[in-house]
Design a protein around this ligand. Sequence first.
Ligand SMILES: Cc1ncc(COP(=O)(O)O)c(C=O)c1O
Length: 431
Amino acid sequence: MLSRRAFLHTTGTAAGAAALAAFGNDGLQRVAAAARTVEGAAPEDVAADESYWREIQQAFTLDRTIINLNNGGCCPSPRVVHEAFKRYLDISNQAPVYHMWQILEPNIETVRRRLAAEFGCDPEEMAITRNASEALQIAQLGIDLKAGDEVVTTNQDYGRMLDTWEQRVRRDGIKLTKISFPVPPRTQDELADRLLAAITPATRVLHFCHITNLTGQIFPVKRIADEARRRGIKTVVDGAHAFAHFPYKASDLGCDYYGTSLHKWLLAPIGTGFLYVRRENIESLWPLTPAAESRKGNIRKFEEIGTHPAANHNAIAEAMSFHEGIGIERKSARLRYLRNRWANRLAQNPRIKLHTNLDPKHSCAIGCVQITGVPTGKVVGRLWERWRIIATPIGHAEYEGVRVTPNVYTTLEEVDTFAAAMEEIAAKGID
Ligand SMILES: Cc1ncc(COP(=O)(O)O)c(C=O)c1O
């Protein structure tokens, strides 16, 4: 690839600069240039290097009059990704049947290959979906189960995914068992032990999060999946918040089905996700939107969704480039650094309770915190009204708290403003 200087030289400075701006490629170049300045440094040291992260922060077009600490919902894309997304939309709109279907759509194979390399599976085991819900529902609704078969999950799994199983309870007569677990747990084994202890002779599927959306709890996926496989039970893992958040590969998980969002931590356009199906399960898994019998063993049968934009899934490629430019080790170290900055400070406050175990084995960017004696809904309302901070209220039958999720573009000042705001609310309460 041409360097910026070589590109400008070959195209003429003014024309070259205009072309670069038009292509929006400077984001990737800046990320690469910033990476050169920290080459060889430990990720934990880079995590505290504000001049490096300043470059990353500049790669986004944000509204800095608000402090967005809900990056667990969906995230803004860096400019370079959003520009690509818009460019692909423009190209599609010329003659969609040609430009979108014939030129852009086949390039989904590049996206598949790159995502599979990052996740650590064969591209033939990876379907591109529109979100984690679709990915997981393909697995949840596509596994053959008969009345009386049991699915074991937790009562802290994602609501829509639990609703999906509940629908199978009503429609197919399966049994759904939801276990409870403490927040925060002391050990990961505690989580595995509880899930595995709930298995009965009727259990066919275990469904659980790689990392929960409520408190950011990371599960010991491999231990659970290995034991389930030994007992002939399939594992559906909800990785909506895991991919491109902290480092791991498919071989570290060992599960049968894995669904994730890409509009969360990968920072891809909104409306992107993937489903991993372990090769031996592809043939027997029914697609959500039916496909021809001839596609039975082809992972692409899960992508037979009718006409859809190619821009969303093709711009995943730019998101991958941006992600690789930072590197997952540096990214996760920075996310933990930001989370620890507010969490360690608030943990000192006797009125504040953390629901997240800060041990790196247990969590990364996501934290859940409660001001005891003040309803969480009011806390979240006050954060917004007074400080323009967006955070998410978590209300679970067994606990409540404010979920806080920074991103690579979050500044220390923003995190410190949040911590100070929480201290003020804890001290003064809310009438
Ligand atoms: C744990 C979990 N699973 C699934 C989903 C659904 O993801 P999506 O909105 O991409 O379908 C979410 C979304 O927040 C989630 O947090």
